[in-house]
Design a protein around this ligand. Structure first.
Ligand code: 13P
Length: 249
């Protein structure tokens, strides 16, 4: 049984004060759904404190592969660990498209996270052109194989995959729940081929791309979808709570 996981990706939104106000507006969450907030680095420390006792996990939006070193502007797994970070988004399409993230650096970041007990939320997904050319599965396969390079069976269960078709991010267009389930089922098959079926059945795979409180239940009702990675609709407390509520089965 895979526990549903709703993760808010705040992207480059929310000052420290705004993050604290958000956390203060949230009631304590129950155990049925795992709720995660991936905040900007600057707000993580304050948010960790504000979320104390709320049963909401802290997440980062990126993580560097080295423990320290001459990497101007980067944040290391040790620094995140010290703040109580439990999850780190790795390989978001915005980082791939705008900041030179490659399949290779995604794999390096993923290993760094796992080594330090932080669960990576690894993002994969096709763009519109690839979608229209019928290349979705091919693209996702290449990204998944590269991301999972040298990941052991023991490590695998600590990882979360987010399937985020790029054309559905921030556009208001969503994949149909059935289409998303098909791709996510395919990702699970890839994992089963590389490891085994019972491990693949334990890995949580989220859908991301214009998920809202109104459509989340439709995705969650699908056999292979275990949660959502949400941008815009995670920015207001009521909306975030609506997403978590919609993930209760
Ligand atoms: P939206 O929910 O705003 O479409 O963003 C999705 C996303 O990129 C989450 O990582």
């Amino acid at each position: 049984m895979r526990k549903p996981i709703i993760a808010g990706n705040w992207k480059m939104f929310k000052t420290i004060a705004e993050a604290i106000a958000f956390a203060e507006a949230l009631p304590v969450q129950d155990e049925a759904v795992e709720a995660v907030l991936c905040a900007p680095f600057t707000a993580l420390s304050a948010l960790a404190e504000a979320l104390e006792g709320k049963n909401i996990a802290l997440g980062a939006q990126n993580i560097h592969w080295a423990e320290d070193g001459a990497f101007t502007g980067e944040v290391s797994p040790l620094m995140l660990k010290e703040l109580g970070v439990k999850y780190a988004i790795v390989g978001h399409s915005e980082r791939r498209a705008l900041f030179g993230e490659t399949d290779e650096t995604v794999n390096q970041r993923l290993h760094a996270a796992l080594k330090h007990g932080i669960s990576p939320i690894v993002c994969v997904g096709e763009d519109l052109e690839q979608r229209e050319a019928g290349q979705t599965k091919e693209v996702v396969k290449v990204q998944m194989e590269a991301a999972l390079r040298d990941v052991t069976s023991e490590q695998l269960v600590n990882l979360v995959v987010a399937y985020e078709p790029i054309w559905a991010i921030g556009t208001g267009k969503t994949s149909s729940a059935e289409d998303a389930n098909e791709v996510i089922g395919f990702i699970r098959e890839l994992i089963a081929d590389q490891y085994d079926q019972s491990l693949a059945n334990q890995v949580r795979i989220q859908y991301g791309g214009s998920v809202k409180p109104e459509n989340v239940a439709g995705f969650m009702a699908q056999s292979d979808i275990d949660g959502a990675l949400v941008g815009g609709a995670s920015l207001q407390p009521e909306s975030f709570l609506g997403l978590v509520k919609g993930a209760h089965q």
